[in-house]
Design a protein around this ligand. Structure first.
Ligand SMILES: Cc1ncc(C[n+]2csc(CCO)c2C)c(N)n1
Length: 219
């Protein structure tokens, strides 16, 4: 019976390159250049606006009240928790929300956000959730992995708030709910359909790698 693990193990190399990317290691050790984090976070502000739209699309494509609630919970987390972190870091750097809204989107941001929105438009709710899975489940695994590393520095780490948000109990609960939903839906798909979904998952994972790389390349 297929499950989420079949998606990540079908592209194990890309999945690991995403979770254990140099950007993530350096962030955990507190030695990521501020220029890299700043560029990443500003682009992530633009990214989150489109991902909020993707969850709104998931709400629209939902067939049950439970699915509708799950999609709107993610939408709410982006608008009322995640973006606050971005706005907070940026205001410490003297960057206002008006400044952020005028930033040009990088190619990595454009490619990833529009890819996910296209998956949702042309496909069904499962395609869209699979395109969103590297983002939600990946960040959950990244936060867990970071906390497991001996080299991860929390005290005096300028990125500690970022790590804390993605390792919070609320966030872990959302990741768990997503995994359960995916496992239930994937258990019903054919081999052929699973192959299509692996392609979507792999592409989204590669776009996550490009997003980290965009940050590193800035420094
Ligand atoms: C490039 C990039 N990938 C993933 C996330 C994490 N994230 C974005 S939306 C969302 C779901 C609702 O919380 C999560 C976990 C990010 N911020 N930036």
């Amino acid at each position: 019976m297929p499950s989420f693990n079949d998606l990540s193990s079908a592209c194990a190399e890309e999945w690991r390159d995403y979770l254990e990317h140099d950007f993530v290691r350096q962030l955990g050790e507190g030695r990521l250049p501020e220029e890299s984090f700043r560029h990443y976070l500003q682009q992530d502000y633009l990214f989150l606006i489109h991902f909020a739209r993707a969850w709104a699309l998931a709400a629209y494509k939902s067939r049950t009240l439970a699915e509708l609630r799950q999609a709107t919970a993610s939408l709410d987390t982006i608008l009322n928790t995640e973006l606050d972190l971005h706005i907070g870091y940026c205001s410490e750097w003297g960057i206002s929300e008006d400044d952020l809204s005028e930033l040009p989107e990088s190619r990595a941001t454009l490619a990833y956000t529009r890819y996910v929105l296209d998956c949702g438009q042309r496909g069904d709710l499962l395609d869209l959730h699979v395109a969103l899975a590297p983002c939600l489940i990946g960040y959950g695994e990244i936060a867990e992995w970071l906390l497991d590393q001996d080299t991860t520095e929390i005290e005096n780490n300028p990125y500690a708030d970022w790590i804390a948000m993605y390792s919070s109990d609320d966030f872990k609960e959302a990741v768990e709910a997503e995994r359960e939903w995916l496992d239930a839906r994937l258990s019903e798909v054919s081999e052929r359909r699973l192959g299509e979904l692996v392609d979507v998952f792999r592409d989204a994972t590669r776009l996550e790698i490009d997003f980290w790389q965009m940050g590193l390349d800035r420094a």
